[in-house]
Design a binder for this molecule. Structure first.
Ligand SMILES: Cc1cc2nc3c(=O)[nH]c(=O)nc-3n(C[C@H](O)[C@H](O)[C@H](O)COP(=O)(O)O)c2cc1C
Length: 339
């Protein structure tokens, strides 16, 4: 049976390779912004700050959960967390499951807080871990160990199905989240990992007290493809492509989330500034990326990630100008059309 650290090592190696993305994209490419020939604003007056879950952030972008529990993750999580803190954007750690069983893996997570004492950092644990009551004490420790600002719970049934060591015990997750909600004060975010979250599930999550949904839809990293690469003897194109595109999830959830005051995040296949700006126009309050950040880090270190984020910031400002949006709230109400 592969260990947690073998698995996390494999995930990084495979995600740095090729042929692990869905064959269709996240759906934003089917939409265009209505161009504003008279923006009626000055580009230097554009404000890209926004509020998420009680915090003001400089840019509606965050780094999604990826790694931890292996030696390499000490540098990755430390560097990314510090950069996010310098830019005042949130950083989500990879699954902290290993900390439930092995405290020696904790440095690769606690480094995030050490390097970013004032950063906005999310703890991360799986839905199947939270379903098991005996883990709850350990999960409080995980949260405390990094003084987490948020708790992200990842729901990944497709990935668990294809993982050689996967845990497919998803009974009782909602009840466990409800129970857990009563005991912690920080906001709880529930995310997928590339198959998306439907309106029906968003409603159930809201009913048990979840504060935010990160749809993490289809169009980028396919976790069935990643796990099938690890598990070479079982390969299915059908499941590799399973899921709902990120744009579809946002359009399905926006009205409900606005109505009940639940925060909506976009991620899954966010690959360029169009995906980011269109996510906001479709109701997302902030937008996350995983694999592109890992690839940039591997290619050019933290400087490459910084350059990438700075370029996205400049291009977001350009889109805001060309759509006549002086702030993020205005961008979330611009008109779009299908191509
Ligand atoms: C190398 C790697 C490891 C990941 N590990 C985790 C994890 O531990 N916990 C989690 O919630 N999501 C994890 N993810 C999933 C991402 O957070 C994200 O939901 C998914 O990859 C889709 O986004 P993308 O298309 O931008 O990669 C991982 C992603 C990558 C690339």
């Amino acid at each position: 049976m592969p260990t947690h650290s073998n698995r996390k090592r494999d995930h990084i190696d495979i995600c740095l390779g090729s042929d692990i993305e869905h064959s269709s994209r996240s759906g934003f490419e089917a939409y265009q912004f209505i161009h504003m020939a008279l923006p009626e604003l000055n580009v230097e007056d554009i404000d890209m700050t926004t509020n998420v879950l009680g915090y003001s952030i400089n840019l509606p972008i965050f780094i999604s959960g990826m790694t931890g529990g292996i030696d390499d993750a000490v540098n990755i999580n430390g560097d990314l967390s510090e950069l996010c803190s310098d830019m005042n954007i949130p950083f989500v750690l990879g699954s902290q499951r290993s900390m439930l069983y092995d405290q020696t893996s904790s440095e690769s997570f606690t480094i995030a807080r050490k390097r970013a004492p004032n950063g906005l950092i999310s703890a991360n644990i799986g839905a199947t871990e939270i379903a098991s009551k005996e883990n709850h004490k350990g999960i409080y420790t995980i949260i405390d160990s990094i003084s987490a600002n948020f708790l992200t719970i990842h729901a990944n049934p497709l990935q668990e199905l294809f993982q050689p060591e996967g845990n497919t015990s998803f009974s009782g997750v909602l009840h466990a989240i409800e129970d857990f909600r009563k005991r912690i004060e920080i906001p709880i975010i529930v995310k997928e990992v590339g198959s998306g979250i439907s309106l029906e599930i968003a409603k159930k999550l809201h009913d048990v007290g979840v504060d935010a949904i990160d749809v993490a839809g289809k169009g980028g990293t396919s976790w069935a493809a990643v796990e099938m690469k690890r598990n070479q003897d079982e390969y299915s194109d059908y499941f590799r492509e399973w899921g709902m595109p990120t744009s579809y999830c946002l359009l399905s959830l926006r009205e409900y989330c606005e109505q009940v005051g639940m925060t909506l995040f976009s991620s899954g296949g966010i690959r360029n500034i169009h995906d980011i700006a269109m996510s906001i126009a479709m109701g997302a309050q902030a937008v996350g990326m995983a694999r592109p950040i890992l690839v940039a880090y591997h290619t050019g270190g933290i400087l490459a990630v910084k350059t990438m984020l700075n370029n996205l910031m400049k291009d977001l400002q350009r889109i805001m100008f060309l759509t006549g949006s002086n702030n993020i709230n205005a961008l979330s109400h611009v008109r779009i059309r299908t191509v």
